[in-house]
Design a binder for this molecule. Structure first.
Ligand SMILES: [Zn+2]
Ligand SMILES: [Zn+2]
Length: 354
């Protein structure tokens, strides 16, 4: 089968023929119909996240936002069958640990991040193997295409879990989204759908324009603004009730915390880069004085995907609005390269693999 294989960090992926996977007894093979290209792939391509034990090795196939058809299942699989139209979550769980059993398989004790480890080869390929298929595969409802699902990707799932489950957004609450890449733009759209008044923050006007289209009522260009938290506080008359760092660099994390009102909630969704290596300085005393909450949020348990599907089916969420273009497998390296300088707007989705 065709696959885009990592040879060296930061170098173009090698498009080559590799052996197609065979299912383990509990696994399934999915023929990929669409897969989003996202900033997490860029981190994997750069060789980031060694501090999380997730530094990719040569030979890795990236790609963690697939949807497609089941083409083979292992002998112990009962819940899915050949021909099923499925999404593959990016945090694959083992299905048996206490976290999985309590419905939190996004924080599985033996989590297998799709496309980052040898045992979970990714979806920049014609087919991929999904371990523990009964637990991990999500059947797509009618009306959600593979490209729709790839458009939802990890960004909608991550943003939805963060805003709908982890944060407490009330009607008309100010919500500040720092960083308007894929996850940030999705967060703008979701926060708006949940009743928040959204302030979007980014360095680029074209991304802020897209944020307005997706529901932001105010925007702040962080390149032209000396004091971003001060500007958010001025717009919101005292600070946002909920603020999200959707990027994962020190500046956006700090700006998010400092843009909050008293008892505001900061949601950290972005994982950090080589510059921070997981450590960010925070205004601790101000957080104590203001009873600020710092909340981490990771992905979304697949058992709750149906909440998003219902909002997509009724038109409250429109994932296709975040998809910028459909591309072929051979175009992935160029898209990753463009992400280095934050030049992509919205999400490219691969829909051609041969
Ligand atoms: Zn588990
Ligand atoms: Zn992703």
């Amino acid at each position: 089968m065709r696959a885009a294989v990592l040879e060296e960090h930061g170098e173009p992926l090698s498009i080559e023929d590799v052996d197609a996977p065979d299912p383990t007894p509990e696994g399934a093979i999915v023929e990929v119909e669409a897969c989003g290209v996202c900033r997490s792939d860029w981190h994997g391509w750069q060789g980031d996240w060694g501090w999380l034990g997730l530094e990719t090795e040569p030979g890795q196939i990236l790609g963690h936002e697939p949807a497609g058809r089941v083409v083979a299942v292992g002998e112990d699989v009962e819940g899915v069958a050949e021909g099923d139209h499925v999404a593959v979550p990016f945090n694959l769980g083992d299905g048996t640990c206490p976290q999985c059993q309590r419905g939190h398989s996004n924080t599985c004790e033996n989590v297998m991040p799709l496309g980052f480890i040898e045992d979970a080869q990714g979806a920049f390929a014609e087919q991929l193997h999904v371990p523990v298929a009964d637990h991990n595969l999500v059947t797509l409802p009618d009306g959600v295409s593979s490209v729709d699902m790839a458009g939802l990707g990890c960004r909608f799932m991550t943003s939805f879990h963060a805003l709908a489950h982890r944060a407490d957004i009330g009607a008309g609450d100010w919500v500040a989204i720092h960083g308007c890449g894929g996850v940030g733009l999705s967060a703008v759209h979701i926060a708006d759908a949940l009743g928040g008044n959204v302030v979007a923050v980014d360095l680029k006007d074209e991304k802020l324009e897209k944020a307005r289209e997706l529901g932001a009522v105010e925007t702040v260009n962080a390149e032209e603004t000396a004091n971003v938290p001060g500007e958010v506080k001025a717009i919101t008359d005292g600070g946002a009730g909920v603020a999200m760092d959707a990027l994962g660099i020190e500046t956006t994390s700090q700006n998010s915390v400092m843009s909050l009102e008293t008892r505001g909630q900061h949601i950290q969704v972005g994982l950090t880069t080589q510059d921070e290596q997981g450590m960010v300085h925070l205004p601790t005393d101000a957080m104590v004085m203001g009873e600020i909450e710092f909340i981490g949020s990771l992905g979304m348990p697949p058992t709750r995907y149906d909440e998003i599907f219902r909002m997509v089916a009724t038109g409250k969420l429109e994932p296709e609005e975040v998809v910028s273009e459909t591309i072929g497998l051979e175009d992935v390296s160029d898209k990753l390269d463009a992400m280095t300088d934050f030049e992509t707007v919205g999400i490219p989705v691969i829909d051609t693999f041969d």
